[in-house]
Write a protein that binds this ligand. Structure first.
Ligand SMILES: [Fe+2]
Ligand SMILES: [Fe+2]
Length: 374
């Protein structure tokens, strides 16, 4: 049976619409032998009318994952694994090990006294702490202690390592990286520290003490790197900022009260390729639906609610993770009438913005909310 070359035909003016004939098929085969092909056979596929994401909306429930993650403690050592992580494998993105789009994510677990080796990579990384006590990270000599719902950067090109103090407990956190993007751009490097560990060169938590004062910057300090000098964004001040914001503003109809984590030196995104935010949905709040470019991975930091993604309803509660693929309709709701709900999110917005690809659209029908299909 001969191969079909006219699968992507569209009967629309301006679009490729060439039917296979024996002469054309022979021509296409001749072109293939010269490592070439006719654009009109694939044009409608490679230039879709609008973004076509191969990522599937997925909800990863923490209650389903926790035991599986802890099981890895018995099966593999941190030394042998390098990093003991169970990663989120989007069914549409298994070929690039992505959780959504070009973003990777996983749940890492360590036990008291464990110390992973220091390493460096071109990919940008972050972690969002889920549970446990005594975890710490060292980034380029800056040691920081980690608590639940803290958000931590390990930016591209920095030496970093994670550990749990001897008197700590088993700790689980979510990792987020742009590994699939870095690999797609064929720009990834990885290195292991020659001494396996790095020295601590500053007072513990110094980056937070120096750079996290609300509305104030350290005089005389300069920062030239493309990522934030503030490596740890603690939960309590983030939550306080959201609740105070909610007292003074109605927020966004699409996101409720949403605040971006920023590089205090520039006011811009925390890293060059990854942005992050925390948002608060007030009791009973339901947002309107919109869609935009970029891939978004959400982590419920507090409360319980639901999101409707391309007409499908996903109910989430604390430490559940879900993704919104590029150009997917989405809206969020808080299931409680008395408590607020908070969603941490990281995304590739900086990439979309810098490359001029950011686009956003409101769901116009049905009062701005999607009909729930499943
Ligand atoms: Fe890393
Ligand atoms: Fe959105």
């Amino acid at each position: 049976m001969t191969k079909a070359y006219d699968t992507y035909r569209e009967d629309v003016a301006g679009r490729a619409n060439v039917e296979d004939t024996p002469e054309l098929v022979a021509y296409y085969e001749e072109l293939a032998e010269a490592d070439t092909a006719a654009l009109w056979t694939v044009a409608n596929k490679i230039e879709p009318w609008e973004p076509v994401s191969s990522s599937v909306p997925v909800l990863w429930r923490y209650a389903d994952l926790r035991d599986k993650v802890l099981k890895s403690l018995e099966l593999v050592s941190a030394e042998k694994a390098g990093r003991r992580v169970i990663y989120l494998n989007n069914p549409g993105r298994t070929d690039v090990a992505a959780a959504v789009g070009w973003l990777y994510s996983g749940l890492q677990v360590m036990k008291p006294g464990e110390r992973a080796s220091a390493h460096i990579h071109a990919a940008s990384a972050l972690r969002f702490i889920i549970e446990g006590q005594g975890a710490y990270t060292i980034v380029d000599g800056h040691k920081m202690t980690l608590g639940p719902n803290d958000f931590v950067l390990t930016p591209n090109g920095t030496w970093h390592e994670h550990a749990i103090a001897e008197d700590g407990t088993e700790c689980i956190w979510q990792d987020g990286l742009d590994i699939p993007l870095t690999n797609a751009l064929e720009a990834n490097f990885y290195g292991v520290h020659k001494d396996l560990h790095q020295a601590v060169g500053y007072p513990v938590n110094d980056s937070t003490y120096r750079w996290a004062a609300p509305g104030m910057l350290p005089a005389g300090e300069t920062w030239k790197n493309g990522y934030s000098p503030l490596f740890k964004y603690e939960w309590e001040p983030a939550y306080e900022a959201l609740t105070r914001h909610a007292e003074a503003s109605d927020g966004s109809p699409y996101d409720g009260i949403l605040m971006n984590y920023v590089n205090p030196a520039t006011g811009g995104h925390v890293m060059q390729t990854i942005g992050a935010s925390m948002q608060l949905l007030r009791p009973g709040e339901r947002t309107k639906a919109h869609r935009h470019t970029g891939s978004f991975l959400y982590h419920c930091a507090k409360g319980q609610g639901y999101s409707i993604i391309n007409g499908k309803r996903f109910e989430w509660k604390e430490h559940d993770i879900f993704c919104v693929p590029s150009w997917a309709w989405h809206e969020h709701g808080n299931l409680s009438d008395s408590d607020d709900a908070c969603l941490f999110c990281f995304n590739d917005m900086p990439v979309m913005e810098k490359l001029g690809f950011w686009r956003e659209e409101a769901f116009g029908d049905n009062g701005g909310q999607q009909p729930v299909l499943s």
